[in-house]
Design a protein around this ligand. Structure first.
Ligand SMILES: [Zn+2]
Length: 210
């Protein structure tokens, strides 16, 4: 076991451990796993945790601690759980190889890239930071509705046809508008799924958003 000194992502307890969660927080999180599947346009979106406002205080702590973490190490244990849960009942044999994992662009450093690198390492897939946000009017000037009209463009030449499976990854999904924009920017690859850590629902919505 490769133990190192880490600060727990949730409770901030320091210790020597293999991952970035203490045993207590890792156990608590494991018990909260409840994979959610949503369909957005022709995309299947899988999330590991359903997160409703105010119900699980460890979720905002976790998401905040992972913001801007573009290195895969703090994401690794979570990526292992995602792969376990999202490929149950058939395993990765159902996902055709070769696979490429594409992070949704975000702040710099991009934490979705950290998650993509961790998922890529777990499943043995390539990782391509393939998308760039299209600069539009300032976020402050946009209304809430406009803010959802996010757009991306390919960083270079489109490569998705080199792969049999494209996995788009992000930490939190809300409306799915961002995932849809990433899918379109990748030129709608044929065999594509979105893998997220959290499915964030508005207050009062308990079921998966469809
Ligand atoms: Zn902890």
């Amino acid at each position: 076991m490769n133990q190192k000194f880490t600060i727990c992502l949730i409770c901030k307890l320091p210790g020597f451990r293999e991952h970035h969660l203490c045993r207590h927080c890792a156990l608590e999180l494991r018990l909260l796993q409840s994979p959610v599947v949503r369909s957005i346009e022709e995309l299947v979106v899988r999330s590991l945790f359903p997160w409703q406002a105010g119900d699980k205080m460890c979720f905002p702590d976790l998401v905040y601690a992972l913001k801007g973490r573009a290195d895969p190490h703090p994401w690794f244990e979570l990526a292992v759980w995602m792969v376990d849960q999202f490929t149950m009942g058939g395993g990765l044999t159902l996902i055709r190889r070769p696979i490429v994992v594409v992070p949704i662009p975000g702040s710099a450093p991009n934490h979705a890239l950290g998650l993509a690198r961790a998922v890529g390492r777990v499943i043995g897939a390539d990782v391509e930071d393939a998308l760039l946000p299209v600069k539009k009017r300032s976020q402050k000037a946009l209304s809430r509705g406009d803010r959802q009209a996010v757009e991306f463009r390919p960083r270079g030449e489109l490569f998705c046809t080199d792969y049999k499976t494209v996995l788009i990854v992000d930490d939190v999904i809300t409306t799915g508008a961002t995932a849809g924009a990433a899918f379109r920017a990748l030129n709608r690859p044929e065999n594509c799924e979105v893998w997220c850590l959290m499915d964030r629902r508005p207050c009062g919505v308990h079921d998966a958003l469809l």
